[in-house]
Design a protein around this ligand. Sequence first.
Ligand code: FE2
Length: 196
Amino acid sequence: MNNFCIDLTGIPEVVVNSDHMVPIFFEQFQTQAHLHLEPEHINPEFVYFLKQHRLTYPEIDVINVRPNQHTFVHSDNDFLDDMPKLNWIYGGKASVMNWYEMRPGTTVPEPERNAVNGYRIRWDHRKLRRVHSQPVQFPSLVQTGVPHNIFNGAENRCCVSVPLGWDRGNGQYSKFQRPTFQECAVMFKEYIGADN
Ligand SMILES: [Fe+2]
């Protein structure tokens, strides 16, 4: 096991009727590479699974990486962070996610807005060193608060991504009240696949 990506089995799929929905996502990707999953397409069994672990989420992201695309290096919050997410990958055969650490003397760049009005930090890959690469599975617990990117193979890739936060009883997500990656790894230990 590592601190970047842990494959999980037995967690309810977040997208309802994904056989029908995922081709629709790929249609939508022709005009927009980053969508939100509409509430009516979220599996109630998945929401119940989160509730059992006292977890909640803000928005669920649906993100495209085109065939053979290497995405720019970014981290998913407006500061360097520990930010666990559950990611499901459709398509994207032979894609890998890469994680990076800052080379000595590197400072954290200013954050910017992403396509769906969230924040991210865009990094200069020359100021980073790659420390881990791994294919994301169905789902995997992934660390998105540190610099990362995707190298895709020849197949179009759709990632459905759920940021995890503590539910303090009102179902509201707070970016300051989130479990760490390691807390999630402990919480989900019965779902960790044998291949990790
Ligand atoms: Fe990301």
